[in-house]
Design a protein around this ligand. Structure first.
Ligand SMILES: Nc1ncnc2c1ncn2[C@@H]1O[C@H](COP(=O)(O)OP(=O)(O)OP(=O)(O)O)[C@@H](O)[C@H]1O
Length: 291
């Protein structure tokens, strides 16, 4: 497997506090990767480390086989659309494209102009006067026209209305199909990730909780529901659990089938899976303690 991002024991500390810790990951190439987790989980920190905007406190990270931001060649291979899709308010759309052409050796002006035309963005309009959605589309256009091998996007659709979100993600998926891009995309909007991503990373409190192929994750996670019991499901990794007076519900990860007739086995959607990892089982057993 070729990894676009390979992290080994990666960590970043601000003062006394770890924003990211013990992160070991191999993100495969040619995938659209969703990075999800609650506020403050460390997503932006991981992405900033990947593009070389900050240095690790511990461990190492390689991107496309090189050290982040280690030279012009490395910079050309990686595109980054930072949080809030930053653009230069005083520059026009056309000036952004000219700047992109000057700064990026692989710049594809035809792609940039075609996208701008299709989106109805006037070259003479100042970026500061564009709507949030138009600015995000301009930032995405710059990221795509740079023709990187890996495009990293930090919550690019957070401020967009549902229609603008759909258009943005469609544009992204077209670029993935046309230019065989690898993409890492952080978002809180799991329904959007479900439509676009084929690989998922869940980060909670600075640690990777789970990472893997979306289809594999959905096939190996199950919801077990049954009468409240003293015995926990055997041989399964319990991701989360909840109990009422009469009923117990577990989200478990298992490669095998669940034969115990005491449990009703249900499939999980991606949102349920993410939520299960975001609200993990406190400190396990103890139905006694819960009673
Ligand atoms: N420059 C900084 N100085 C000090 N602490 C920081 C700094 N940047 C981030 N942090 C802290 O590091 C932790 C991780 O922040 P980060 O921005 O990576 O999270 P996130 O998952 O991207 O959050 P969000 O979803 O809210 O954007 C948080 O606790 C945050 O307060």
């Amino acid at each position: 497997m070729t990894a676009v991002i390979q992290a080994r024991g990666l960590g970043k500390k601000y003062g006394q506090r770890w924003a990211l810790s013990e992160c070991t990951l191999d993100i495969p190439a040619g995938r659209v990767v969703g990075l999800v987790g609650p506020n403050g989980a460390g997503k932006t920190t991981l992405l900033n480390l990947a593009v070389g905007q900050m240095q690790p406190t511990a461990g190492s990270i390689e991107v496309l086989g090189g050290r982040p931001a280690s030279g012009p060649e490395q910079l050309a291979k990686v595109g980054y659309v930072a949080q809030d899709a930053p653009t230069y308010a005083g520059l026009s759309v056309g000036e952004h494209l000219r700047l992109g052409a000057r700064l990026n050796p692989r710049w594809d002006d035809a792609v940039a102009r075609e996208r701008i035309g299709r989106l109805g963005l006037e070259p003479g309009h100042r970026a500061g006067k564009l709507s949030g959605g138009q600015r995000a589309q301009l930032a995405l256009t710059l990221g795509i026209a740079k023709r990187p091998e890996l495009l990293i996007l930090d919550e690019p659709v957070a401020a967009l209305d549902p229609l603008a979100r759909r258009e943005f993600l469609q544009g992204l998926m077209e670029a993935v199909a046309e230019h065989s891009l690898s993409v890492v995309l952080s978002s809180h909007l799991v329904s959007d990730l479900e439509r676009t991503c084929d690989y998922l990373i869940v980060l909670v409190e600075s640690r990777v909780q789970v990472a893997g192929d979306v289809d594999d994750l959905l096939a190996t996670h199950h919801r077990l529901t049954g009468p409240r019991k003293d015995t926990l499901p055997q041989d399964q990794h319990v991701v989360s659990e909840s109990h009422t007076d009469r009923q117990s519900t577990y989200v478990v990860r298992t490669d095998g089938r669940i034969h115990d007739p005491a449990w009703t086995v249900g499939q999980l959607g991606l949102e349920d899976l993410v939520l299960a990892y975001m609200t993990p089982a406190p400190s396990r057993p103890t139905l006694e303690a819960i009673r």
